[in-house]
Design a protein around this ligand. Structure first.
Ligand code: NAD
Ligand code: ZN
Length: 253
């Protein structure tokens, strides 16, 4: 590991050693080493559609089958993925620190599969479904790990209408309870932004708000993002490499 990278790792580990409250804000880069395609990198396109053309209520209203074919494909590909070293380190930290939150924009569920406690699903879960017609099926969301579905679109068990993916689409609000818990989690000692391009608001503003409230803020991303200059530390490296290195320093001390 290059000298500057290893000194950055020591700086972050030093901050974590003295931290009681740690909040991590994560994006698609956290799951990159698991083989889950990012939206903006290579492999982010499906049949020449951009996610912005598929992950919207308008797209679903127009062509629910097309949107479900995309989610069905993503669910199958994610089902074959395993948590990577970055997920494992965050799962260990969720037990190590007195207060820990992982605010994730990912919908793949690899955080829980790695054993992480207190995952705040900013954009929902690809493994949950809800009723497109909002028929107040109880519960409002249900878990269904079928992949592939035998017929598309899958149906709401209550009213028989179309089910939709339990994810937050472009133009839709973040769940108020998740948003409240995420904002509370910004009262922390260390806020770490891992593998997010920081272009999807309001997720991007979270680290800056944590900084405003006095947290030490750091980013881990092989390509420093727009907010990197506003944070205390930007480590240019892959999550699975850098988090592993930080964890090794922490466990030696
Ligand atoms: P993004 O695709 O915009 O950005 C990914 C970022 O990860 C980039 O900045 C890239 O440089 C970085 N990156 C790539 N490999 C990395 C690695 N090994 N370690 C650390 N960083 C790495 O993704 P986003 O910012 O999360 O925003 C896209 C939206 O799309 C999200 O809100 C999410 O809901 C959705 N999405 C989810 C998944 C998933 O569930 N895994 C995958 C793709 C997109
Ligand atoms: Zn219904």
């Amino acid at each position: 590991m290059a000298e500057s990278l290893s000194s950055d790792v020591r700086v972050l580990a030093g901050r974590l050693e003295n931290a009681a409250r740690v909040t991590v804000v994560a994006g698609a880069g956290l799951s990159a080493a698991s083989g889950v395609p990012t939206f903006r990198g290579p492999g982010g396109l499906w049949k020449d559609f951009r996610p912005e053309e598929l992950a919207t209520p308008e797209a679903f209203a127009r062509d629910p089958r097309l949107v479900w074919e995309w989610y069905d494909w993503r669910r199958q590909s994610i089902a074959g993925c395993r948590p990577n070293r970055a997920h494992e380190v965050l799962a260990a930290w969720s037990r190590r620190f007195a207060t820990f939150a992982l605010v994730t924009q990912n919908v793949d569920g690899l955080e829980e599969r790695a054993g992480t406690i207190n995952v705040l699903r900013f954009h929902g879960s690809i493994w949950e479904l809800s009723c497109w017609d909002g028929c107040r099926a109880a519960p409002a969301r249900w878990r269904d790990e079928t992949a592939p579905f035998p017929a598309l679109p899958p149906r709401c068990p209550r009213c028989g209408g179309f089910a939709r993916p339990g994810v937050v689409w472009f133009g839709e609000p973040i769940d108020p309870g998740v948003l409240r818990a995420s904002l509370e989690a910004l009262d922390c000692d260390v806020c770490l932004v891992v593998g997010t391009s920081a272009v999807v608001y309001p997720a991007a503003g979270l680290a800056l708000e944590a900084a405003r409230r006095g947290a030490f803020t750091a980013e881990i991303n092989p390509e420093p993002t727009e907010v990197a200059n506003d944070l205390d530390l930007a480590i240019a490296g892959r999550a699975e490499v850098v988090l592993d290195a930080v964890e090794r320093v922490l466990s030696e001390s």
